[in-house]
Design a binder for this molecule. Structure first.
Ligand SMILES: [Zn+2]
Length: 438
């Protein structure tokens, strides 16, 4: 039989062995070194703490076992993350837009889980204090591997990570829910009893915690709309509507009702002018986006004038605009304003069964001496590819033609992969020329 401290040392040696066996080889080769170094650093730090702890310090030993266990789970999750199980080009593109916003020291680890709706970003808490670089786990549903059009919903999950990285965003949450039932847990329980069949109140602490969860979930929807753009609306509708058809729940749940989220998104999309068909001034996207807009507007309008409209539209608009300014102050974070010419070019490509990727504008200009020059290459933002995909799919209602939706999705998925290839090539060219210059 081992003493608790001896057992801890043996377990530490086991985790060290696991780390040596796995991380060197199996994860994405470009980032394996980062994870290996970070995990090694954590392991060394835990060993230092184990060596210092007294053999009879029961809470101390227990705490270290917890830290070691968390590291073991992390190493195993990284080991089991395989590029074949999730849309890695999509993941790379996501990483680029969120990395700069939350600090270059954050590592993102992507993996798949079996649940059909297991989209998640699990940010490491700053308080754990045993790391140099935080590792955020990003989870995609395995069965939806290449469903990039639906993956837009992951923008919501990055909202949770954003809150951990930048707690000042809580100010926007307070403004969003002010004077609503979400801001007053007592009223929230009564609202749930009246409208969604909740019967058990539990206690004030429970209600306060759930009210905060609702506020955060609503904020994350807003965050997804601001960062991923109007494609979030059909992705949200497609994935979550069916999950809302569950029998009434006896307790106040963790998420606001689907209907309340849809109404908030409708107000927010209008205030950010992301429903292009509704803009007061004529614009070239008006016609293209009409069918897609209609699908979501018809859904959310059903609840906009009833009890499921739980937030003040003026406060939603204010929060949406503040969050949009927050995103625009960070490189790449905000959904880029779409250019109608580009969007129709991408839609034409999809119609021709060509992945909507490549440089834009794809034109040849003449140099001063008359020789032809290729226009300055420009990578198309992957969110615009997805927007063009959703617009194309909405021309034929998905309900009538799943094959068309799959085809459009495949084109978008290939386009993002091709573009990531171009980005990697450009980055390695830049690295090589930087090395040559030194
Ligand atoms: Zn959430």
């Amino acid at each position: 039989m081992f003493s608790p401290k001896r057992h801890l040392i043996l377990e530490w040696e086991n985790v060290e062995q696991t780390l040596r066996e796995t991380l060197r080889y199996r994860y994405n080769k470009n980032v394996t070194v980062d994870f290996y170094e970070e995990c090694t650093l954590r392991l060394d730090y835990i060993r230092h703490l184990i060596d210092s702890v007294q053999g009879d310090d029961e809470p101390g030993l227990n705490d270290l076992m917890g830290k070691l266990n968390a590291l073991s789970v992390l190493v195993t999750n990284i080991e089991r993350s395989h590029l074949e199980e999730f849309a890695w080009p999509f993941a790379e593109a996501l990483k680029r837009i969120y990395r700069d916003a939350f600090g270059k020291d954050v590592l993102f680890m992507f993996r798949a889980e079996g649940d059909l709706c297991s989209y998640a970003v699990r940010p490491e808490s700053i308080r754990t204090g045993i790391f140099k670089r935080r590792i955020n786990s990003v989870v995609f549903p395995r069965a939806l591997k290449d469903s990039v059009l639906l993956h837009v919903i992951i923008g919501h999950e990055f909202g949770h990570a954003a809150l951990v990285s930048d707690p000042t965003l809580n100010g926007i949450i307070r403004g969003l829910i002010a004077e609503s039932v979400v801001a007053e847990p007592q009223k929230l329980f009564q609202w749930c009893a009246d409208n969604i069949g909740v019967i058990n109140r539990i206690d004030d602490g429970y209600l306060r915690e759930k009210a905060y969860r609702w506020a955060v979930e609503l904020f994350c929807d807003l965050f997804a709309l601001v960062t991923m753009g109007p494609s979030f609306l059909p992705a949200f509708q497609s994935l979550l509507e069916i999950l809302s058809f569950r029998p009434s729940q006896p307790y106040v749940g963790t998420h606001p009702p689907f209907a309340s989220r849809a109404v908030m998104l409708l107000h927010a999309a209008r205030s950010l002018e992301l429903l292009y068909s509704e803009r007061s001034s004529p614009n070239d996207l008006m016609q293209l986006s009409a069918p897609l807009d209609k699908g979501f507007v018809d859904l959310a309008t059903k609840w906009a004038a009833g009890p499921f409209s739980i937030l003040d539209p003026a406060r939603v608009a204010q929060a949406a605009i503040e969050l949009s300014q927050f995103a625009q102050n960070r490189p790449l974070l905000a959904f880029p304003a779409p250019d109608a010419q580009l969007i129709s070019q991408l839609m034409r490509s999809i119609g021709d069964k060509v992945p909507p990727a490549g440089m834009y504008p794809a034109t040849i200009t003449a140099s001063p001496d008359g020789a032809p020059l290729l226009a300055e290459p420009r990578i198309v933002d992957f969110r615009l590819i997805l927007f063009a995909g959703w617009l194309t799919s909405s021309v034929e209602p998905v309900d009538k033609n799943e094959a068309h939706f799959r085809q459009v999705n495949r084109m978008c998925s290939h386009a993002i992969m091709q573009q990531e290839g171009i980005v990697h090539w450009l980055e390695s060219e830049a690295r090589l020329s930087a090395q040559g210059a030194t």
